[in-house]
Design a protein around this ligand. Structure first.
Ligand SMILES: C[S@@+](CC[C@H](N)C(=O)[O-])C[C@H]1O[C@@H](n2cnc3c(N)ncnc32)[C@H](O)[C@@H]1O
Length: 210
């Protein structure tokens, strides 16, 4: 494929300016739909990935008070939902830009749950949620800092926001810098699986103000 000078300039701008500053590089929605339809993300339900979901669940239920109203931002096929007991939930909302991912998550018929097709950069929650989860999704936001702050603003006092970002490359590592100047995590863990894949998982609690 021959690239035009404009495309080359855009790539250089992305690699040399945006990536080191932690801005995202969101793939087109068609790519997500195609990949989910082809089962390319089915591995997320594998045991190799499960410790990450378990840790996120642990932070959610230990840092907020139940019953939990969960907002799973970029919920994929809904694997995160399987870690919550029905009885612990007030409700569970998953949102994802991919129609195919939402179709797959909806077909399980999980109680107290809904899955919506929505772009998390455009979506505004229609109710407060005391648990907000970004499980391997913030890296796909145009600006992870802007997206994090938008959802943080809607988090009620005493609620928790849990963020997981895979330590995949320098860009992913830089994603944290988009919001960590003004948001320090209350808890933070690094997880490495048997394949050497590493994730940083952090919990941000919204404190009561007097
Ligand atoms: C790596 S997958 C993680 C899925 C899920 N959080 C999990 O861990 O099981 C990233 C997900 O983010 C979704 N996504 C990417 N950009 C999005 C956006 N702008 N709005 C909503 N969802 C988005 C993708 O469709 C995909 O389902």
């Amino acid at each position: 494929m021959k690239l035009s000078p404009r495309h080359i300039a855009a790539r250089l701008y992305d690699r040399l300016w945006l990536a080191p500053r932690g801005f995202g590089n969101p793939p087109p929605v068609e790519v997500w739909d195609r990949d989910f339809a082809a089962g390319r993300w089915a591995f997320l339900a594998d045991v190799s990935e499960s410790a990450r979901y378990a840790l996120i669940h642990n932070y959610a239920v230990r840092c907020a008070s139940g019953p939990y109203s969960v907002l799973d931002v970029g919920s994929g096929t809904g694997v995160m939902r399987t870690f919550f007991a029905d009885g612990d939930l007030e409700d569970y909302t998953g949102l994802d830009i991919s129609k195919e991912a939402v179709r797959l998550s909806s077909e399980h018929g999980y109680p107290k749950s809904r899955f919506l097709v929505a772009d998390f950069d455009a979506y505004t929650p229609d109710q407060p949620h005391n648990v907000i989860i970004f499980n391997e999704t913030l890296t796909y936001a145009k600006d992870p800092g802007v997206t994090f702050r938008k959802y943080w603003a809607g988090l009620p006092q005493g609620g928790v926001c849990v963020v997981s970002i895979c330590d995949y490359d320098a860009r992913n590592r830089a994603n944290w810098s988009r919001f960590e100047n003004d948001h320090k995590p209350d808890f933070s863990s690094r997880l490495v699986n048997e394949k050497g894949q590493a994730w940083d998982i952090k919990a941000y609690i919204k404190r009561y103000r007097r």
